[in-house]
Design a protein around this ligand. Structure first.
Ligand code: SAM
Length: 244
């Protein structure tokens, strides 16, 4: 682990620039400040997105870069069979955004959360211990949906997949997985795999975030699969597109 880190420090100075990389003491995942140079900002001229984002941002931990990516990906699913599943809803912000993006498509958006916080934290996770983000409820999310108003959602309360998988039928065209830890992510993807349409999209929040090394570790394993294209979007999303 130390060699891996020391090599990264040397290469960062020699090739990339002068700033030193860092890592969590219990992980070999290397972090370095990410500052993309491109400045195009299409979210500032997408008025439908902005109007929705303004209403949901107080209910979300997801920043506008990632919200805009969810928005644009969801809007590209018209020819992909299946509904949308978000696991990791918290106060409903990103879920509301997804539902608004596909409101005229006939797609249902399933929003799954324990509503009592993160579960299945384990050895692969660094900062998460379990129980985080419990400061929400079905009532808080329902009130947000009613205020927008959004009708094409179904809330699933309980650990996914174990406790609520039976409430979903048919294919999946998009998974937004925002559960912070390795084992939950792995179990959710395992459930989705046989249900994914070709062309479906998997978006993993927290990819690359310091403190969420379990999610990054899962995505680094998953990207070895041939049936998906993988995109490391520098905003903190890992995006996979099913091609076969
Ligand atoms: C970071 S929050 C989600 C943030 C949300 N997407 C937003 O827009 O701010 C993570 C959520 O994942 C939920 N969670 C984690 N593992 C889960 C699992 N296996 N099943 C259901 N919910 C889970 C937690 O209860 C928590 O509310």
């Amino acid at each position: 682990m130390a060699d891996n880190y020391n090599n990264a420090v040397t290469l960062a100075y020699q090739i990339i620039g002068s700033q030193e990389p860092w890592r969590h003491p219990s992980s070999n995942i290397i972090h370095h400040r990410v500052l993309p140079n491109a400045t195009f900002a299409p979210w500032l001229t997408d008025h439908e997105f902005l109007s929705c984002y303004e209403k949901i941002k107080g209910h979300s931990l997801v920043d506008h870069y990632r919200c805009y990516e969810l928005w644009t990906l969801a809007k590209q699913l018209n020819n992909v069979e299946g509904n949308i599943l978000e696991v990791g809803v918290w106060r409903g912000g990103s879920g509301a955004l997804l539902a608004q993006a596909v409101k005229d498509s006939g797609k249902q958006v399933f929003l799954a959360d324990t509503f009592s916080g993160v579960v299945k934290a384990g050895d692969r996770d660094t900062n998460y211990k379990g129980g985080e983000h419990a400061d929400t409820s079905v009532e808080i999310v329902s009130a947000l949906m009613e205020s927008l108003p959004i009708r094409n959602i179904k809330l699933l309360k309980g650990i996914f997949p174990e406790e609520t998988q039976h409430m979903i039928e048919g294919k999946i065209s998009m998974l937004h997985c925002d559960v912070d830890v390795y084992s939950s992510t792995k179990d959710i993807v395992g459930w989705c795999l046989p249900r994914l349409s070709v062309g479906s999209v998997l978006v993993f929040d927290d990819y690359g975030f310091f403190g969420c090394e379990g999610v990054t570790a899962f995505c680094e394993e998953f990207r070895k699969r041939d049936e998906f294209r993988f995109i490391h979007n520098l905003n903190g999303h890992a995006v996979f597109i099913k091609i076969a």
